[in-house]
Design a protein around this ligand. Structure first.
Ligand code: PLP
Length: 231
């Protein structure tokens, strides 16, 4: 199916999920275009999509630069991939948001490297809700300390939390993991009112995430098709 049709169908599903679960706040759609060519980003853009997520700094920066060269300035770019601390600079210089902040060192580097003339970089803390050791993300118990660090850095704006659930069809596991992140989000936002984003839910677990209170789903496969490269 064409990218434009896929986007309409995801938007329709988000709407239905919100109704089914009595969710009154909006749920944003982040189109995850990692590994996909620039033409696919443009097809989604022409269909009206404006929020894009990318995971690989080099590939993403090339796409962002091409967009700017083409005069497209109304896309909001979200970095969602794992970040090595020696590769933060191009991300700090180009992206609007970084969703995968999971340690103090990354927060401090992004703050230092965000150019002074740009708006503060929006950041979300990535929390490892599945508890798998190979997954990135801070532990639930570390998130409050990280939030305090992020909130104190002038070139960052602490916007929320991001989590990736276990790759499972077991609805109870998904419900538990998403609820744990939603509880943490509610606690932290009392102290940090700039927190307005709870990013959870992907192609396979979107409904469980919306039911638990997600404000942003990150959808790749269902919009752009399967990825040939692994992530
Ligand atoms: C790749 C990726 C997604 C999109 O996953 P799909 O299953 O293709 O929808 C969402 N979030 C993160 C952090 C990702 O790396």
């Amino acid at each position: 199916m064409a990218i434009a049709d896929n986007i309409s169908s995801v938007l329709e599903d988000i709407r239905e999920c919100r109704i089914r679960h009595g969710v009154e706040h909006p749920v944003d759609l982040l189109a995850v275009s990692k590994t996909k060519p620039y033409e696919d980003v443009m097809a989604a853009y022409e269909a009206g999509q404006r929020l894009f997520g990318e995971s690989y700094a080099q590939e993403a920066c090339a796409k962002i630069d091409t967009c700017r060269r083409d005069g497209i300035r109304d896309i909001t770019w979200f970095f969602i991939g794992p970040l090595q601390s020696n590769k933060t600079r191009p991300v700090a210089e180009r992206f609007d948001w970084v969703m995968s902040c999971d340690r103090e060192k990354i927060l401090r580097r992004l703050n230092e490297q965000r150019p002074a003339m740009m708006r503060p970089l929006n950041v979300c803390l990535q929390v490892n809700i599945s508890g798998e050791e190979q997954k990135s993300g801070a532990a639930l118990s570390e998130a409050a300390d990280l939030a305090a660090v992020a909130a104190g850095l002038p070139q960052l704006c602490l916007r929320g939390l991001m989590g990736i659930a276990l790759d499972t069809r077991d609805q109870e596991i998904l419900r538990n993991e998403f609820s744990a992140l939603a509880d943490l989000f509610r606690q932290l936002r009392q102290r940090y009112p700039s927190m307005d984003t709870l990013s959870m839910g992907m192609t396979a677990d979107m409904e469980a995430a919306i039911a638990a209170g997600s404000t942003q789903v990150r959808i790749g496969t269902r919009i752009f098709g399967a990825r040939s490269r692994p992530d």
